[in-house]
Design a protein. Sequence first.
Length: 115
Amino acid sequence: MTDNTALSSTVLAPVLAEHLAAVNAFNEDAIVATFADDALVNDAQREFWGREAIRRWVARTEVLDHHGDTIVRGRYDGDYDKTNLPDELILTNYFTVRDGKIVTLIVTRTTPADY
């Protein structure tokens, strides 16, 4: 789903590296295991609370640190419904990690700035 060919110099927390590897391997169990039991995912303004809800929700990547939170911006492609999506789909993932688990993930569609 993501193309990890370009990473910035920010080092990923181990759980985020595990999460991205699981996403790229399409390994649902491994993806879900990276989340805390009561984690929140906000994907395109839809909220999924807890591992079971997250389980049902199932680029080039840029990784940024922002005051202890990690931002992963990626170009997505794959076999899914692309109706009304741009040719180049870029999503930004905002991760908050506590005690070695993802406690919050917010996913938004991103439009690059023109500057």
